[in-house]
Design a protein around this ligand. Structure first.
Ligand code: SF4
Length: 414
């Protein structure tokens, strides 16, 4: 979401005549888009604000704007603490940014502040902002506010415009995409939005994230299976393998329900790839409870696992209610245990792709090799002298690792 919003901000600034530069030192305007999901992220923000304070002292005309989840409701308090910042604005609150630019006498094309477009064939498309769930560890609802969906027609308009500019793949974004539409007058569901997007000419692939096991329904899975452009990949965080921990996290499902969901998904979309998020060291997590997380990881066999060590976030329910009593060393060990397990599991899953043909959409070039993703979201590298940017290429996989695949291009489709 932050990446999508940074692109939106960049697009807005370009419309005001700004150009990107390669370092803080060369910039006239710096927009810091922040994340505070964990303490380590917040520490980075504080470090950067300290650095920028030094820059501003040397160059008083430098403008510094700050947005993202660091910006809480007490903007006056933030201004006092960080006088080097010219403007704080809440994530997605672009009217504040526009006002500020207009006050500087700069032109702003308001219609530009929509969805990001870059020269990549892939675009990120926020469809719902905020979250109503209040999982006990999570700061997002406090900083991003309640759920607000973008209307279907607006999303369609933007996506059509993107396809005219060469976008072939979109990823619909939301803290909880399964909540999409409940706040709109017609109450469309994510499944309805997917069906409409599937009809957009020129669009080849549709992805979406993140799902919530409490809210995901069978209709969505069946719709995914029936729409040719919707890719066979799901991001479905389970966070912890123990029901008591899940209850303390206020996740709203049990492991039995999660298992059933995975069973239904694999029954309907057999070749689906699955990613998940896991938190280790939630307050009170015992060794036995942690082992249940390991068992579930082993049982399901996810393609990708995003691991986080619990970090208490101010104002959250867990911060108020529970002591952060799992020692840092234990959290680190549990983190490393999952990393090791997942490296093996992902290595085994990817090894099965050796010798197979993969269809990839080429996103760019890194260290002399073209790269792109399969419909299952596998990262594939290959070598070619031809310009493959934005093309759909069939690659025969001849090397696999837990993190990426390599292969030989066989032919370019479009
Ligand atoms: S659903 Fe996701 S964003 Fe919403 S409160 Fe829970 S963890 Fe945070």
């Amino acid at each position: 979401m932050n990446k999508a919003e940074s692109l939106q901000i960049a697009r807005c600034l370009r419309s005001s005549g700004y150009q990107a530069v390669s370092s803080f030192e060369r910039a006239d305007l710096i927009v810091l888009n922040t994340c505070v999901v964990r303490q380590s992220a917040e520490d980075k923000v504080l470090g950067t604000l300290g650095l920028l304070k030094g820059l501003k002292e040397k160059r008083p005309l430098l403008s510094i704007l700050t947005t993202g989840c660091f910006v809480n409701s007490n903007i006056e308090g933030l201004k006092k603490r960080f006088p080097q910042v010219n403007l704080f604005f809440k994530p997605g609150n672009y009217s504040k940014l526009i006002d500020w630019l207009q006050k500087q006498g700069l032109p702003v094309a308001e219609q530009e502040i929509t969805f990001p477009i870059s020269n990549s064939p892939c675009a990120l498309v926020p469809i719902i902002q905020g979250c109503n769930n209040f999982c006990s560890y999570c700061i997002v609802p406090y900083r991003r506010g309640r759920e607000a969906s973008y209307p279907v027609e607006k999303i369609l308009r933007e996506v059509r415009e993107m396809t005219h500019q060469g976008v072939k793949e979109i990823t619909l974004l939301g803290q909880n995409v399964d909540s999409y539409g409940h706040d709109l007058p017609e109450k469309p569901e994510l499944a309805d939005l997917l069906a409409r997007l599937n009809d957009v000419d020129g669009l080849e692939r549709i992805r979406f994230l993140t799902n919530h096991p409490k809210d995901m329904n069978l209709r969505l899975i069946e719709t995914m299976a029936s729409l040719p452009k919707v890719c066979e990949h799901l991001e479905l965080p389970f966070q912890a393998g123990d029901d008591d921990i899940l209850q303390a996290m206020r996740r709203g499902y049990t492991i039995a329900r999660y298992r059933e969901l995975i069973h239904s998904i694999r029954g309907i979309i057999p070749n689906v790839s699955l990613s998940t998020d896991v938190i280790v060291g939630f307050p009170g997590e015992t060794e036995k409870q942690f082992e249940r997380t390991l068992s579930l990881l082993e049982e399901v066999g996810f393609d990708v696992v995003h691991i986080a060590a619990y970090s208490p976030r101010p104002d959250t329910i867990a911060w108020r209610k529970y002591k952060d009593d799992v020692p840092t060393e234990t959290k680190k060990r549990r983190f490393a245990t999952i990393e090791e397990l997942q490296t093996r599991i992902a290595g085994e899953i990817n090894a099965q792709l050796h010798g197979r043909m993969a269809e990839i959409l080429v996103e760019g070039k890194k260290r002399g090799k073209w790269y792109g993703r399969t419909r299952n979201n596998k990262l594939v590298f290959f070598q070619s002298d031809a310009d493959q940017q934005g093309k759909m290429v069939k690659v025969e996989i001849d090397r696999t690792s837990p993190w990426a695949l390599q292969g030989q291009p066989k032919y370019t489709i479009i």
